[in-house]
Ligand binder design. Structure first.
Ligand code: GLN
Length: 261
């Protein structure tokens, strides 16, 4: 059953992380008698692996930035390019500010910013009640006082001139994109957007031009071929000083602009 190296590696990780086995028990003392509870968990692991369930969902844990986030199929698994976004913010904003993580999902962006900057007040909005439940689990697990999950349809419930910084990793994959075939276990609403993947990006940029304070900053993650069009949308909505940040493959994946109404 354990026919590929990747599955073996994941299985060993699972034995250690979930069942608490050590190297001696796994590699040397191979005649261990398994408890019934562990047997059931191992059978479940093998079944989930066969179905292609990502390891982070099986373990209910995802490492992001410096923290362990609880994840399940209600939220997207955090990605390395999003860590670059968080790192940028943590290195460029120092004085106390009010921040919104729009479409927070697991809360990984907002919570990583809040934990590194205890003097910030960070809100995490999501329309999905399921996702917000996960954000609350992470707020509790990671003991984050200055992060508040809020149910909202993007930025619609916030008043004008409300935030100094808005950050978002919205759904931006276009409907029918072949990349989605590999992401069947993750929630579609966190991945797919109409209008060639730009529907939510346009909405967030437009709403941000009202909800941000003048001089405030908008940071958006987007697809590998969207940086030019995202820049144009920023410009149309009174954003200037627009810059790009590249992902680990050196593709521009994050766009940043300053609101100058
Ligand atoms: N970066 C993710 C991927 O390509 C998609 C995340 C998103 O749509 N926000 O798998």
């Amino acid at each position: 059953m354990l026919d590929s190296l990747a599955i073996k590696k994941d299985f060993i990780f699972f034995l250690k992380e979930k069942l608490g086995f050590n190297d001696n028990e796994i590699y040397i003392n191979q005649n261990i008698v398994l408890k019934n509870k562990d047997k059931t968990l191992i059978e479940k692991f093998l079944k989930q692996k066969e179905e292609g369930v990502p390891l982070d969902y099986i373990l209910n844990s995802s490492k992001f930035y410096e923290y362990d986030f609880y994840v399940d199929s209600r939220v997207l698994i955090p990605r390395p390019e999003t860590e670059i976004l968080v790192d940028y913010i943590n290195n460029h904003f120092l004085s106390p500010i009010k921040v919104l993580d729009a479409g927070t999902g697991s809360g990984c962006i907002g919570i990583s910013i809040a934990l590194k900057n205890p003097n910030f007040k960070v809100y995490g909005s999501d329309y999905s009640k399921d996702a917000l439940d996960v954000a609350f689990i992470n707020k509790k697990n990671l003991l984050v006082k200055n992060f508040l999950p809020i149910r909202a349809n993007w930025l619609s419930c916030f008043s004008e001139d409300c935030f100094d910084l808005i950050v978002s990793n919205p759904p931006y994959i276009s409907e029918g994109d072949s990349h989605l075939d590999e992401l069947i276990h993750e929630p579609n609403i966190a991945l797919v957007s109409k209008d060639s993947g730009l529907f939510h990006i346009k909405k967030i940029i437009k709403q941000s031009s009202k909800v941000l304070k003048n001089g405030g900053t908008l940071v958006i993650e987007h697809g590998h071929d969207q940086s030019e069009v995202v820049k144009e949308i920023f410009e149309k909505n009174y954003f200037s000083k627009i810059i790009n940040i590249k992902d680990l493959q050196l593709i521009p994946r994050i766009t940043i602009g300053t609101l100058e109404r």
